[in-house]
Write a protein that binds this ligand. Structure first.
Ligand code: GLV
Ligand code: MN
Ligand code: MN
Length: 426
């Protein structure tokens, strides 16, 4: 099977990436496109059109995941598929390529496969997952819903005042949240899952290597911290008689930061969001809500961190912690890593094996025993989750090519030589 005939179209891919980056674009070059917001709904409709143009059968499931399917010409219709995909939603004031790169490269890969004239080896699916970033609650929503992994009542919870919960956003789209269970699929419907993503860190860019072969994704704990104080008049209440929730929260922020730092380089912890209630010049803060995100490749360190943080909260009157979501570290499939590397070798592209400190829907599939792989492409200076996020078009084209080749290698089960996992420059 001569898969070297498959050729992605760099110009078409660039046009798609630029077009998708217009939905929710902000003057500074970043985007505001939270999951299922107006901008996201428009981006999704546009992408569905591009999927249909590429010959995919497009449907939307009960939780708004978009699924485009390409059936093989004959024989294997309706069988287990190789799926690829990513997300259209973005963090607040984020960049244009987190999620979007994976979607446009997947689409380009499927177009190039069809144009090569090589018969598609099995059904192929392209998925746009709902709320990967956690705009409503805790992230990777669509893929977790697909495998019945939602937290109890999750679609009726939100990250706090003013944020919609998933059920509201689904209703706004004309969907019945009570039917969300219909999105559940059986792992046996999947032969493999592959996600291409920007690295979101500086390693590939600094080394000038275009492809990262992901070995594993960090375990992620997401917690909500609440601190209760006593609201009161900001002008009449003497300082000594106050129970200011924000002052206590500030102490917690610095203590948590110190505790995480004390555990060394294998863990990161972030308090990234804080809401002060009721929130005014002239009211002593009565309650504070904060999010805490803890990540490590090492489960034991994460456990130690949890213990230290619980201690900090126990020593603060009115403080409590509730775990929103705990995602296990996800290992990538060895055979798929080799398929990616074989694809790089054949195209004369250098690669590097690496871990992912960012979370992805590709964390969900391994929990179901589905062989999963991830391909990283560089982003300039490693900047991500900010307006400066940028890529080189050339790297996107290389990524789409390696993705297309890898899909075919998995599909036809084309063997690989074993690899050492070292960086290879060609
Ligand atoms: C998603 O980008 C995450 O890592 O939280
Ligand atoms: Mn992200
Ligand atoms: Mn992402």
């Amino acid at each position: 099977m001569d898969i070297s005939r498959i050729k992605v179209n760099k110009v078409r891919l660039r046009k798609d990436l630029e077009a998708l980056g217009k939905f929710g674009e902000e003057p500074d070059g970043g985007i505001l496109r939270p999951a299922l917001s107006e901008a996201d709904l428009k981006a999704r409709e546009w992408f569905k059109g591009r999927m249909r143009d590429a010959g995919l059968q497009v449907r939307e499931d009960a939780v708004a995941n978009i699924i485009g399917r390409l059936e093989p010409a004959s024989g294997a219709e309706g069988g287990p598929c190789i799926a690829t995909g990513s997300h259209t939603d973005a963090v607040l004031h984020g960049g244009k390529f987190d999620g979007a790169a994976g979607l446009c490269c997947s689409l380009e890969a499927l177009r190039a496969i069809q144009e090569s004239g090589i018969p598609v080896p099995c059904p192929l699916e392209l998925m746009v997952f709902t709320d990967e970033e956690g705009g409503h609650y805790a992230g990777t929503f669509g893929s977790r819903a697909m495998f019945n992994l939602l937290v109890e009542g999750e679609i009726y919870k939100s990250r706090g005042a003013g944020r919609p919960f998933l059920a509201q956003s689904l209703e706004r789209m004309g969907k019945d949240p009570a039917q969300s269970g219909k999105a559940v699929r059986s792992p046996s419907e999947f032969r493999a899952f592959l996600e291409l993503h920007i690295e979101q860190g500086p390693v590939l860019d600094s080394l000038g290597i275009p492809i990262g072969v992901v070995e594993g994704i960090v375990a992620i704990d997401r917690h909500m911290i609440e601190v209760e104080g006593k609201a009161g008049h900001a002008g009449t209440t003497p300082m000594r008689l106050r129970d200011d929730a924000l002052v206590k929260a500030a102490r917690i922020v610095t203590a948590v930061n110190r505790a995480v730092r004390s555990l060394g380089a294998d863990i990161v912890g972030t308090i990234g969001e804080m809401k002060v209630h009721p929130g005014a010049f002239n009211i002593i803060p009565g309650r504070v809500e904060m999010t805490l995100d803890l990540r490590s490749m090492k489960k034991s360190i994460l456990k130690t961190a949890r213990g230290k943080i619980r201690e900090i909260l126990r020593s603060t009157r009115g403080a409590s912690l509730a775990t929103a979501l705990s995602k296990d570290r996800a290992r990538k499939d060895r055979k798929i890593m080799e398929f990616i590397e074989e694809s790089c070798r054949q195209r004369g592209v250098s690669w590097k094996r690496m871990g992912s400190g960012a979370g992805h829907d590709a964390m969900t599939f391994p929990t179901q025993g589905i062989p999963t792989g991830m391909i990283f492409i560089p982003c300039k200076e490693g900047k991500s989750h900010c307006p400066e996020e940028a890529i080189r078009w050339e790297d996107a084209a290389i990524g789409a090519q390696i993705l297309a080749d890898t899909i075919m290698r998995i599909g036809f089960n084309i063997g690989t030589k074993s690899t050492s996992g070292k960086v290879r420059a060609h």
